[in-house]
Design a protein around this ligand. Sequence first.
Ligand code: SF4
Ligand code: F3S
Length: 106
Amino acid sequence: TFVVTEACIRCKYTDCVDVCPVDAFREGPNFLVIDPDECIDCAVCVPECPVSAIYAEEDVPADQQDYTPLNADLARVWKPITRTKEALPDAEAWREVTDKRAELER
Ligand code: SF4
Ligand code: F3S
């Protein structure tokens, strides 16, 4: 499966969702996740993300391994998002911030 990681938090550009052939993205207040039961590993979403937040599970950075189970957990409670929409208002200010874990809203 593919995994959305920390860079997405408080940015949520949503370019990724338009290209997914199986509508695997799920939306929270300031972050998206990929439903591992839906993702078919096509990889087309990866280059769409302006902040390179999406990784193949085996390539998730060592300090972000917890995002793999986090995507699976939140995918069970969040609703699908299938169309790109406006990024969050402060996305540009947050895109260079690297430590955003505490900002995640559920
Ligand atoms: Fe969708 Fe393909 Fe990205 Fe999986 S890898 S979330 S199937 S676009
Ligand atoms: Fe997040 Fe990147 Fe998609 S910021 S919403 S993973 S385009």
